[in-house]
Design a protein around this ligand. Structure first.
Ligand code: PMP
Length: 489
């Protein structure tokens, strides 16, 4: 038998009976004696607007009721009796607004439940997140400095080493999106006044150039229009000319849908004593990259594309050359949060026995990232690359069958995760995309930065990388092409 105690006498809240008024002491004691395994159908409401119902065993009910009513009792006691009543301001306001010390009322939107629609995220990211990764992110929080969290971070490090194909010890995840990794790479390896060379063939090179300029680097740009790419000869000539400490290249240019060749560039950089930094935010898991074999000194990615974790974490890795440069600086990096001397300790990469507090890592984000890296490890990189290529090829055929033109003519240079379509003549791309969102609940996007007005983009990555999804995207596009054209006529 268990006693179902809803509330103790005098705690300040009526479980049965009416709404308590200010100053009222409630004497009710509510006890039910039930067998713990007895299933009880209940509908139970307490005053102050709280209520719950359902079917539970008595033991579960006891726990739920007791903790809920204890919580409500505390709130009510604080609101009604406590000299510190201001602490329970929202509740107090509901009870007696004239006593409120706050002048800004609770916003009406915050008193409504969260609403987030279900959408097919077939744009350049974020991509839909598999239930398994969502579930991992929804697990109860543990402390960011608990030994179990360190173990999870160690697992993440191994998962990233696999995904990047590197043995680099200095491999971590940023607490932040792809931009955090971008800034971390530049802030730590470049000092003010040093020369940086950036390849720009879409938005991401320009973004890195701006980041480097902001921290005082002497930035040199090599520029091609979206969809363009650089030969190794062009790169070597620019490296010889500008003598940069860092050369930046985007592997998967998501704004243009181009996957840039990487072979040989690391060797050029090595020869000229320059670090090679590569962005794989949009390409990791979708197109082959081999950090160690390709002599890439710094590599980063994002969580929300082919990895299929929620946005907000960003794996990054530095090799020995990069570590040598960043740990032998004359000046401190401009950012405390992104300072690798601290982050390397937090991630257990600096050989120190103790991992110290630096910032509070995104615990749920790391759970989800670990799960997404686990899925990639189970599936295998080669299988993931193969699948992205196969589904992309299927999509290309379907798009061409619709009479559409792919933006990147060279098939081998197309980014398998994000396909760019030249905007079909006579159509307003915004109208097409708005129609697809409205009638198919599907996100596809236009261009970004220099590719705006040039392309529409379809991303099928990771979990979304399936022929059935390609079919859905093609069907939605066909419908939009038919309907939007008609509406224009
Ligand atoms: N690089 C590339 C190639 C990207 O596609 C993106 C995101 N679209 C970023 C960097 C920036 O990542 P985030 O939005 O996660 O900061």
């Amino acid at each position: 038998m268990v006693s179902l105690i809803a509330l103790k006498s005098g705690a300040g809240l009526a479980i049965r009976g009416g709404t308590p008024s200010r100053g009222q002491k409630v004497k009710d004691l509510f006890v039910l004696n039930l067998h713990p395994n007895l299933t009880v159908r209940f509908s139970f409401s307490v005053s102050l607007g709280a209520g719950f119902s359902g079917t539970r065993t008595a033991a579960v009910m006891q726990r739920a009721l007791f903790s809920r009513s204890a919580q409500l009792a505390q709130q009510a006691a604080a609101a009604l009796d406590s000299p510190l009543a201001g602490r329970s301001a929202p509740l107090l306001q509901r009870l007696d607004r004239s006593m409120s010390s706050v002048t800004i009322p609770p916003p009406a939107c915050m008193l409504k439940p969260l609403e987030a629609p279900l959408r097919y995220l077939f744009g350049p990211g974020p991509s839909n997140v598999p239930p398994r990764v969502l579930a991992a992110g929804g697990r109860p929080i543990i402390g960011h400095l608990h030994p179990e969290m360190y173990e999870i971070m160690n697992d993440i490090k191994k998962g990233i080493q696999y995904a990047f194909q590197t043995e680099n010890n200095m491999t971590i995840s940023m607490s932040g999106s792809g931009h955090a990794a971008m800034e971390c790479a530049v802030f730590n390896t470049v000092e003010p006044g040093e020369s940086v060379l950036v390849a720009i063939n879409g938005i991401w090179g320009e973004r890195v150039a701006e980041i480097a300029e902001r921290m005082g680097a002497n930035v040199h740009r090599m520029v091609k229009s979206p969809g363009g790419y650089f030969s190794n000869k062009e790169i070597e000539q620019a490296v010889e000319k500008h003598k940069p400490v860092l050369f930046f290249l985007t592997h998967g240019e998501s704004s243009a849908g181009l996957c840039h060749p990487v072979d040989g560039i690391g060797d050029i950089c090595r020869k000229h004593n320059c670090l090679f930094l590569v962005d794989t935010v949009a390409s990791l898991g979708a197109a082959p990259i081999f950090m160690d074999k390709q002599n890439i000194d710094i590599l980063y990615t994002g969580s929300q594309k082919a990895l299929n974790a929620p946005p907000g974490t960003a794996p990054i890795s530095f090799n020995e050359r990069a570590c040598h440069k960043m740990f032998n600086r004359k000046t401190k990096p401009v950012s405390y949060l992104f300072d690798m001397t601290h982050l390397s300790n937090y991630w257990g990469c600096d050989g120190e026995p103790a991992r110290l507090y630096h910032h509070t890592g995104p615990v749920s984000g790391f759970f989800a990232l670990r799960e997404s890296l686990a899925i990639l490890a189970e599936k295998g990189l080669e299988e993931s690359w193969r699948k992205h290529k196969e589904v992309a090829a299927y999509l290309y055929r379907g798009l061409e069958d619709l009479g559409l033109k792919l933006f990147v003519p060279e098939r081998d240079l197309r980014l398998p995760s994000v396909t760019t379509i030249a905007i079909p003549e006579g159509y307003n791309w915004r109208e097409l995309l708005t129609y697809i969102m409205k009638h198919h609940q599907m996100e596809m996007t236009g261009g970004l930065g220099p590719s705006i007005g040039m392309v529409m983009r379809i991303g099928l990555m990771g979990y979304n990388c399936e022929k059935t999804n390609a079919d859905m995207a093609l069907h939605a596009l066909a419908d939009a092409l038919k309907t939007c054209k008609k509406s224009k006529a």
